[in-house]
Design a binder for this molecule. Structure first.
Ligand SMILES: N[C@@H](CCC(=O)N[C@@H](CS)C(=O)NCC(=O)O)C(=O)O
Length: 217
């Protein structure tokens, strides 16, 4: 039995969801430490001492505190090579796997955050429309890539599916995925995984989507 992984998070759908989902895929038990975002607990001295960036997720490892959701996921998955979430260094899929991991961790994360920001955190219909327009070329490429495949790399589930899946759930919640049928099909396939369900992430889709007023003009 693995020791529980201490995971600091705000909610089931923030970037800690990627770590929680990965841990469930790996059979690693999670000990959740919930921080109150509104109250600003992540800016208080006790947490700042662990993470001066004042962000979640953070996990406590044998090597000390670790931040950056995708780095944490990779760190955990590499300890469980039998899971297949990370292809071996000599795998012919390695280049594609790394490329897609960073599409999720950098490009889609950045674009998705702007949509979430202007839909939910600081609602602004015009800025939201711009954020969706900026995300479109990226979504177009991923939509085309997913047209005839089940997973983003090779023919099996790997870590980039978790990172992309997280972003697709957030975009769905923001009502920004309606025009992308292959991405919806992909998101729904991912949602069937027991570890995805156990992560709590997909529960956000059961909530009322945020009200978005039509942009003027
Ligand atoms: N690239 C970082 C981003 C971490 C991040 O921005 N986390 C958000 C929650 S999803 C946060 O802690 N925000 C706190 C704040 O903005 O004050 C990662 O993937 O872990």
């Amino acid at each position: 039995m693995n020791a529980p992984l201490k995971l600091y998070s705000f909610a089931p759908f923030d970037r800690a969801a990627r770590v929680r989902w990965t841990a469930h895929e790996l059979g690693v038990p999670v000990e959740e430490v919930g921080l109150n975002y509104i109250a600003g607990e992540h800016r208080e001295a006790a947490y700042r001492a662990k993470n001066p960036f004042c962000r979640v997720p953070l996990v406590e490892t044998d090597q000390g505190a670790m931040v950056q959701s995708v780095a944490i996921c990779q760190y955990l998955a590499e300890q469980h090579p039998e899971s297949g979430l990370v292809p071996p260094l000599d795998s012919p899929l390695r280049a594609s796997w790394l490329s897609w991991l960073f599409v999720g961790a950098s490009d889609l994360d950045a674009a998705g955050f702007q949509v979430l920001n202007y839909t939910v955190l600081r609602p602004d219909p015009e800025k939201r429309a711009t954020a969706i327009r900026v995300a479109e070329p990226l979504l177009q490429v991923i939509e085309a890539h997913m047209a005839d495949r089940d997973y983003v790399v090779g023919d099996r589930f790997t870590l980039p599916d978790i990172v992309l899946g997280h972003e697709l759930v957030l975009l769905s919640f923001c009502r920004a995925l309606d025009g992308w049928p292959h991405l919806i099909r992909y998101r729904d396939r991912l949602s069937q995984r027991p570890a995805a369900q156990a992560s709590g992430l997909f529960g956000v889709l059961k909530h009322e989507p945020p009200a978005v007023k039509a942009s003027a003009g």
